[in-house]
Design a protein around this ligand. Structure first.
Ligand code: UD1
Length: 340
């Protein structure tokens, strides 16, 4: 059995990825400093899979703490999620973002090289494309200068992994550029747990439906899109998690030249903010109060993925409908809030 270290494994994407990996027969070890998560989702992972997950509450920037994991476990690969992710906060606290997001990744790679290397998946983002000149975006669409320190850390970490894989033959790398991950596990045992007021659309919708928030603000209806609201590619969290299993398989077998490959992980289908809100209401039969406000600074008008490379090379494809995904998101929110 191959053992995979998931840094940031107690979080939204990390916990869903842990489930998919365990179900695919991998051993999973989680490292998380719980700065933006608690153990709720880890407990959920154990309930879903029926397996105990070794957990280290550590800061991945601390080399000694990471080394301990490698001393106590045979690690064949790592998936790196441990990072701060709020765009606005990164503008206010750039040093904190650069320090944490870069140092944790560099430290992980250093410790892996000390321990005979292995496969590395880096969790990147569609944010690296900014507002692209043409749509959908392929992996060869040029990256745009980052709009925020957060976005910049994604670009820099991509470059770090590319360079590290070139220089250290013991390392293999895959970069996954996620579009907009949404939803929750169908068991409603794990899902998104935003701290404070959610920044992202779907948790804001579910919290508004649950009456924790008075109303959703739709940021702008004057974009050049069919209904004037922005277009995104919303990808089901379980589909997205499954892409990590495919990425690991790619590295442990088929990639002939050992280069660090990049893949878009999305559905390939754009949906507008308004359409998403309407679908949520329709599928879950629950009202969501909203009002239209001005655009949010830093938002792009439209971005969605060309997923052909992931479909072909990783043999991975998004399979869940957005309706199913929105139903899962609502089931999770209801469970959290004790709503029947
Ligand atoms: C953001 C980040 C992205 C990150 C992703 C997932 C940027 C600019 N954005 O993407 O890097 O990978 O989150 O965490 O880097 N919206 C509303 N009302 C709200 C919230 C959102 O109308 O209360 C709209 C936004 O204007 C946008 C869409 O919903 O058009 C999606 O927003 P959001 O969920 O925040 O994701 P992104 O900004 O696309």
């Amino acid at each position: 059995m191959k053992n995979i270290l998931i840094t940031g494994g107690a979080g939204f994407i990390g916990s869903h990825t842990a489930v998919e990996l365990i179900e695919a027969g991998y051993g999973v070890i989680v490292a998380d400093n719980l700065s933006n998560a608690d153990t709720t989702c880890l407990e959920g992972v154990e309930k879903i899979t029926g397996q105990k997950v070794p957990f280290y509450q550590i800061d991945c920037c601390k080399k000694e703490d990471l080394r301990k994991i490698f001393t106590e476990n045979r690690i064949d690969g790592a998936i790196h999620f441990a990072a701060f992710k709020a765009v606005g906060e990164s503008v206010e606290k750039p040093l904190m973002y650069y320090h944490n997001n870069l140092l944790s990744f560099i430290t992980l790679l250093e410790v892996m090289v000390e321990n005979n290397g292995g496969a590395v998946v880096f969790s990147s983002s569609a944010t690296v494309y900014g507002q692209p000149d043409s749509l959908p975006v392929t992996e060869d669409t040029p990256r745009k200068p980052a709009e925020s320190p957060y976005g910049n850390t994604k670009q820099i970490c991509e470059d770090i992994l590319m360079d590290a894989v070139k220089a250290h033959p013991c390392l293999k790398g895959v970069i996954l550029r996620y579009f907009n991950p949404i939803g929750a596990h169908p068991s409603a045992l794990i899902g998104e747990l935003p701290r404070g007021v959610p920044n992202n659309l779907v948790p804001f919708i579910t919290q508004t439906a649950a009456r924790l928030r008075e109303e959703l603000r739709i940021f702008g209806n004057d974009y050049s899109t069919s209904d004037g609201t922005a277009l995104r590619d919303y990808i089901d969290i379980v589909d997205l998690a499954a892409a990590h299993v495919s990425a690991l398989e790619r590295m442990t077998g088929h990639n002939p030249d050992g280069s660090c490959e990049v893949f878009n992980i999305g559905t390939g289908k754009p949906i507008s903010v308004m359409e998403l809100v309407e679908k949520f209401t329709e599928v879950n039969r629950v009202p969501v109060r909203y009002k239209i406000t001005g655009r949010r600074e830093g938002d792009v008008e439209a971005v969605w993925a060309d997923t052909s490379r992931a479909n072909k090379v990783l043999r991975w494809k998004a399979s869940r409908s957005v309706e199913q995904t929105l139903a899962n998101a609502w089931a999770w929110e209801k469970k959290l809030r004790g709503i029947n």
